[in-house]
Design a protein around this ligand. Structure first.
Ligand SMILES: *[C@@H]1O[C@H](CO)[C@@H](O)[C@H](O)[C@H]1NC(C)=O
Ligand SMILES: *[C@@H]1O[C@H](CO)[C@@H](O)[C@H](O)[C@H]1NC(C)=O
Ligand SMILES: *[C@@H]1O[C@H](CO)[C@@H](O)[C@H](O)[C@H]1NC(C)=O
Ligand SMILES: *[C@@H]1O[C@H](CO)[C@@H](O)[C@H](O)[C@H]1NC(C)=O
Ligand SMILES: *[C@@H]1O[C@H](CO)[C@@H](O)[C@H](O)[C@H]1NC(C)=O
Ligand SMILES: *[C@@H]1O[C@H](CO)[C@@H](O)[C@H](O)[C@H]1NC(C)=O
Ligand SMILES: *[C@@H]1O[C@H](CO)[C@@H](O)[C@H](O)[C@H]1NC(C)=O
Length: 451
């Protein structure tokens, strides 16, 4: 039994723009030179430009251009254009860029480029030519160009404050103005240029444009939407555990609540020194001194294993159990087994809600009597205990993955409807024609009592 293709499509259309907006940045290119990118195959909207493709394009560009201007902004997303150019009506904060693009002899828009590629873009460009490099900050508007050598002009635009839409629009407007002035100045001097406008990071998807429900996978792209970084645990020099949550609450005896979110992730007063890492077993120990409610200390341990499972022919990372130790009294530990908390060993594990309630997609089951006195609630939980590269979460495997509540609801209601339908069909098939009819002219039909 599968959900209808309609709901499947809908699910995809919710997921896709979110994913596109979160981990990709647009790259806009324009040139005073005619038909510069004509030989390139056209890019459709859903296409994600790879590092190699971008480098290919840059190669074509640098080969045929003498002056390259790179306008770099801290954050930029493709929906900034749709959002900021429509919301503010006549005072379109991006009018200069749009004007330049419209009147440029050739232009190219790459709607989705993996943002990590942009990090290395300048480095790549530098290897392409023997440039005269010029760095322009927001106050200097005219640049000295070298007549002999090709010029690489890097314009660092002011950053966009994403906290408020008003101030973001204002900053966009000023950046747009700067790009406009700069381009007009070069045009007046008759300097042929090719320009690139992009962002170092994607911005958060604008609420109005992609008003999608939290799909859980938004955290995947890491550090773009989070207010604080994940907690990292290092053994020696390598980061071996990363943990993140938006809310982390432990309750004892239904009344003593410990909100550990702040001390774990913001103020970081938590001690992780007792954590241990190895290739196969990892223990994350979170130790809180004076957590309140009359306790001297509270320790929470997550045991994770990395094992080969023959059934799937690969290593899996599993959270085996969770232990709460109050006041360092190990004999009073409250221990919980997890139900499914696992992911392929190269991945992180993500779950929107985990805890002791059976309503959550991942439930912690008490396995000793002490555990029955404790409740755990973790919201937007993400953890990785193995194979961490560059101190960043890997792709996260989601606990509810495909079978979210909405899908279940659709599934259950379609099963009920199908059942009603099949019952109806079954009943219709039971209908038979009478084999005896009353003949008004003949004698009255008599049905024998015993047959
Ligand atoms: C751990 O996180 C802190 C704060 O977020 C950061 O300063 C530090 O560089 C990180 N350590 C490693 C090894 O990434
Ligand atoms: C919870 O109640 C039990 C028994 O009433 C008590 O021993 C324990 O200390 C209490 N836990 C906390 C954290 O107050
Ligand atoms: C987090 O803790 C710090 C210091 O303990 C405090 O200043 C801050 O207000 C706390 N933040 C929240 C949201 O509780
Ligand atoms: C650190 O962790 C790695 C695996 O994550 C392990 O191989 C190594 O032995 C650990 N080092 C120490 C000092 O525990
Ligand atoms: C890992 O944990 C298992 C049981 O959970 C234990 O048998 C094994 O010895 C541990 N391995 C290491 C290296 O600590
Ligand atoms: C946890 O408590 C049980 C008794 O409830 C005890 O047998 C066990 O050894 C304790 N575990 C640890 C790691 O101390
Ligand atoms: C908890 O998990 C361990 C190993 O994962 C298993 O041996 C044990 O039987 C489980 N306990 C319960 C009560 O399910």
């Amino acid at each position: 039994m599968y959900p209808s293709s309609g709901s499947l499509l809908c699910w995809l259309c919710v997921l896709l723009p979110g994913a596109l907006a979160v981990s990709h940045v647009p790259v806009l290119l324009w040139s005073t030179q005619r038909s510069l990118w004509d030989t390139l195959p056209s890019v459709n909207n859903g296409h994600i430009t790879t590092r190699q493709e971008l480098h290919e394009i840059m190669k074509t560009t640098t080969e045929s251009t003498k002056n390259l201007v790179v306008f770099l902004q801290d954050t930029l997303s493709v929906d900034d254009f749709t959002y900021y150019s429509s919301v503010y009506g006549n005072e379109n904060p991006l009018r200069n860029i749009q004007g330049i693009m419209d009147s440029a002899p050739s232009f190219l828009v790459l709607p989705a480029v993996d943002w990590k590629t942009i990090d290395g873009l300048l480095g790549y460009l530098r290897t392409q030519e023997d440039w005269n490099e010029v760095l322009v900050t927001s106050d200097s508007l005219t640049v000295e160009l070298d007549e002999e050598k090709p010029n690489l002009i890097i314009v660092k635009l002011q950053s966009i404050p994403r906290s408020s839409e008003r101030s973001a629009a204002e900053a966009f407007s000023q950046n747009d103005e700067q790009i406009g002035k700069f381009t007009r100045d070069l045009a007046e001097r008759g300097v042929p240029v090719t320009a690139i406008y992009t962002g170092m990071r994607p911005s958060k998807a604008s609420k109005t444009v992609f008003d999608s429900p939290k799909s859980g996978r938004q955290l995947l792209a890491v550090d773009t939407t989070v207010t604080y970084p994940p907690l990292n645990v290092t053994n020696g020099t390598v980061t071996c555990i990363l943990i993140y949550a938006k809310s982390f609450i432990v309750t004892a005896n239904t009344s003593a609540t410990f909100d550990l979110t702040n001390s774990t992730f913001s103020s970081k007063t938590v001690k992780t020194a007792s954590s241990e890492c190895s290739e196969s077993n990892t223990t994350l120990s979170l130790f809180y001194k004076s957590p309140g409610n009359g306790l001297d200390s509270l320790e929470i341990r997550f045991f994770m294993t990395n094992q080969f499972y023959t059934g799937s022919a690969r290593n899996w990372f599993k959270i085996e159990n969770v232990m709460i130790i109050p006041n360092q009294q190990k004999e009073k530990n409250a221990t919980f087994n997890t139900t499914y908390a696992s992911a392929p060993a190269e991945y992180a594990y993500h779950c929107q809600q985990v805890g002791t309630s059976s309503l959550y997609p991942e439930t912690f089951v008490p396995i000793n009597s002490e555990a029955k006195n404790w409740e755990i609630y973790i919201y937007e939980f993400q953890i990785q205990g193995f194979n961490i590269k560059n101190n960043l979460f890997s792709y996260a495997s989601d606990c509810s993955s495909f079978f979210s509540a909405a899908i279940w609801m659709g599934l259950v209601s379609s099963i009920i409807l199908l059942w009603i339908l099949s019952y109806g069909i079954f009943m219709i098939m039971q209908l038979t024609t009478n084999d005896k009819f009353d003949d008004p002219k003949g004698p009255t039909l008599s049905i024998p009592q015993s047959d």
